[in-house]
Design a protein around this ligand. Structure first.
Ligand code: ADP
Ligand code: MN
Ligand code: MN
Ligand code: MN
Ligand code: MN
Length: 379
């Protein structure tokens, strides 16, 4: 997810292989005799730079359909040194790639427990979910019930050139054509993939809220939420996973790099946020303003956790606020934080943090939002 400026977007030096789909189809029709395939999905490092992260997965056969999370085994995989990493199931989804009783298990990762310890050990470096979950629990305990809604932007790429899908290599689309929410085959590129993704998310049980084409061809957005606590971040990671898997099937590349195409608007993951105080009228708007001022004080800390390479995107142009400035405003798409006009009218609702890059980690972003606005954490 978090590629820096110098890395190629989706090229790995490996040529894409296309096999005969009709053969696969024959085998996928075979009876699996009540056994359930559980695809475990978790987050680990992407490059060996110890900074970027991406999704991993592997499958376990279960004897039958589990009735609850407790019936899904804690599993392990081998980390980069001799140690095993423990993977702990956290949320299940129906598997759109293997229909029937088969499931996807979103998990987080822990260091191997030592000695007699029955419980799992310390969260690994890439397990940002554990701290997020703790912050959500703390907010719950003070009656705030934080909700999150994400707007995930992404670019589809030609995997052999790393240039946006459908764009002639090295060339740009018409400057004067409007592509946002576009209709038409040379404007809305690869809509069938987006449709498949939308339906697959609904089938899986991801709280996908909608989709739209974005400001350039092959740039798209989907929304997740609003959902309470860790469900929003979990569902966003699952929606990203489903997207990556679909791109495998269509032989298409995808990137969340904040600025994949020079001289074009970058891509973000606007994070919409509310809590009991902001959702309650009268006084919600006052609470939003207070929280925005707390976010001003913690701007640098938030920015440093809002995605690698975000400085290439937050330039003050293309509906972004400059990275070094913090601002909030009503109906202002050039501000760091935008409060919707309707929210101001109703005196309650949610606000939109426009700073996070498309490659941000929603566990980190949502944890920071509740810590800064509700829990007043300094660390
Ligand atoms: P934009 O006008 O910025 O493009 P979108 O329609 O794409 O807005 O996205 C709106 C987002 O706001 C969605 O992700 C939705 O889940 C989220 N949202 C709506 N209500 C709330 C709420 N009360 N709390 C948090 N997020 C919310
Ligand atoms: Mn092996
Ligand atoms: Mn949007
Ligand atoms: Mn958008
Ligand atoms: Mn937005």
């Amino acid at each position: 997810m978090g590629s820096g400026a110098s890395k190629s977007l989706c090229k790995t030096g490996i040529k894409e292989v296309r096999l005969d789909e009709s053969i696969t189809k024959r085998f996928m029709q075979l009876n699996q005799h009540g056994k359930v395939q559980a695809e475990y999905v978790w987050i680990d490092s992407d490059f060996w730079d110890g900074q970027s992260f991406d999704l991993c997965c592997k499958t376990l056969t279960l004897p039958d359909a589990p009735m609850s999370l407790d019936e899904i085994p804690i599993w392990t995989y081998s980390g980069d040194d001799a140690k095993d990493i423990v993977i702990v199931p956290r949320r299940t989804y129906r598997d759109p790639f293997r229909p029937g009783d088969n499931i996807i298990v979103l998990a987080d990762t822990y260091e191997e427990p030592s000695g007699e310890e029955r419980d799992h050990g310390r969260p690994t470096k890439f397990n940002t979910r554990a701290a997020c979950q703790a912050a959500m629990q703390e907010s719950e305990d003070i009656g705030e019930d934080p909700w999150f809604g994400f707007e995930q932007e992404y670019y589809l790429l030609d995997p052999s050139t790393d240039w946006p899908l459908g764009w002639p290599k090295g060339k740009y689309p018409h400057k004067d054509t409007a592509f946002y929410c576009a209709v038409g085959s040379t404007k809305a590129v690869a809509r069938e993939l987006i449709e498949a993704h939308y339906r697959a998310c609904l089938y899986a049980g991801v709280m996908i809220g909608g989709i739209n084409s974005e400001v350039a061809p092959a740039q798209w957005e989907f929304q997740v939420g609003p959902a309470s606590g860790t469900q929003g971040p979990d569902d966003l990671w699952m929606a990203r996973y489903i997207l990556q898997r679909l791109c495998e099937e269509y032989h298409v590349g995808v990137t969340f790099d904040p600025k994949p195409v020079p001289k074009q608007a970058g891509i973000g993951c606007h994070t919409n946020y509310s809590n009991m105080a902001t959702r309650t009228a009268p006084g919600g708007m006052e609470a939003i303003k207070t929280q925005c001022e707390r976010l001003r004080s913690a701007h640098d800390k938030h920015i440093s956790n809002y995605g690698i390479g975000n400085e290439r995107r937050l330039t003050g142009k293309d509906d972004t606020a400059a990275m070094s400035d913090f601002s909030w405003g009503i109906g202002d798409r050039a501000a760091s934080i935008r409060i919707g006009c309707k929210v101001a009218q109703r005196d309650c609702g949610y606000y939109e943090d426009r700073r996070p890059a498309a490659n941000m980690d929603p566990y980190l972003v949502s944890q920071l939002l509740v810590e800064t606005t509700l829990l007043r954490k300094e660390s």
